[in-house]
Design a protein around this ligand. Structure first.
Ligand SMILES: [Mg+2]
Length: 333
């Protein structure tokens, strides 16, 4: 392994720059419809289109074992993958699972983890078809999910200036739940539940794709500002977000809007909707399985990311959500 040079550690370059460097070295093939850089890859195999994603839950990075049961951890390991599938309008089908665990871990906990994962997958008509187990110092669960693709997968790259910004559900609950668990591992309530058990917006994603309601979509895993910046970069646009419009619970509002802007783990959908599709979106809102709130508008790229306060004043937004290896890290250390 290479000796560490200044400016070359993962902490120094951060997650997004690391990914950009890795992606630039990958090759493609005619079967690849959507390559790296979106929520899932899209591939055509045997005359059918598939979405393919993977995501990990790692002890010390994503969770502390005192915050959730083994069954809840298994559920969450599946659900965060399903959220990536929802973001492209797909339907989950097959999972592979890689578990890394210390030798001291109880067998019943590994079984409970698998059962939680299998039950969550079954609720979406998906199944676990295999995997791998390896010994490690910390507990980790990685799921790779294969899903049926819609006719036109939702991508991050289609937003244009003037398209409205919509988010599903509410923002900040999971971050508030995480903050509660850090203070008191016995904490309960809706916010804690939202942290332990995200709700992938599979129905909304499917409707958005089938009805061609959105020009760009991604799921919110690392905080609105961080992920909005990613969508803006992929689409070549800027964005104006109106703070008073952000859908937040009273508890999140009281705890501070930063939870909704940068808290992370919302697993809601961030969508760009062309003006001429907004009426159609509203007419289908009862079919989405969640609320959809207009929170701003996409602008030209040179306008950057701007936050509009209740009094109309504006300020440039600084993305401060979660980044693996970067300066803003979550949650246990
Ligand atoms: Mg995602």
């Amino acid at each position: 392994m290479a000796r560490r040079r200044r400016g070359n550690t993962l902490a120094e370059i951060g997650e997004d720059r690391l990914l950009a460097g890795l992606m630039s070295e990958l090759s493609s093939s005619p079967e690849v419809q959507v390559g790296p850089g979106d929520d899932c890859a899209a591939i055509r195999l045997g005359g059918r289109d598939w979405l393919w994603t993977c995501d990990a839950q790692i002890e010390g990075t994503h969770f502390d074992r005192s915050w959730m049961s083994a069954r809840q951890l298994g559920r969450k390991a599946y659900l965060v993958n399903a959220s990536d599938v929802a973001a492209m309008g797909g339907a989950p089908r097959f999972c592979l699972v890689c578990i890394t665990a210390p030798s001291s871990m109880a067998r019943r906990d590994v079984l409970a983890m698998q059962r939680g994962m299998a039950a969550a997958a079954a609720a979406d008509a998906a199944i676990i078809v295999g995997g791998n187990i390896a010994r490690a110092g910390e507990l980790g669960v990685t799921v790779s999910l294969l899903a049926e693709a819609p006719r036109s997968p939702l991508l991050r790259s289609g937003a244009e200036p003037g398209h409205a910004i919509y988010v599903s559900g509410r923002l900040g609950d999971a971050a508030l739940g995480l903050a509660s668990l850090r203070r008191d591992r016995a904490a309960k309530g809706l916010a804690v539940r939202k942290f332990r058990e995200p709700t992938p917006r599979l129905i909304a994603g499917r409707v958005l794709a089938d009805e061609r309601l959105a020009s760009a979509v991604m799921d919110l895993s690392d905080g609105l500002l961080t992920d909005l910046k990613r969508l803006c970069d992929a689409s070549g646009v800027g964005a104006r977000v109106e703070i008073p419009r952000l859908p937040m619970s009273r508890a999140v509002r009281a705890a501070g809007v930063a939870l909704a802007l940068s808290g992370g783990e919302d697993y809601e959908l961030l969508c760009a909707v062309p003006a001429q599709r907004e009426d159609a979106l509203m007419s289908l809102r009862d079919d989405l399985g969640c609320s959809m709130t207009r929170v701003g508008v996409f602008t030209r790229a040179n306008e950057g990311l701007v936050l509009v306060e209740a009094d109309g004043s504006t300020r440039a937004a600084r993305a401060a959500g979660f980044s693996h290896f970067g300066s803003v890290q979550r949650p246990t250390r």
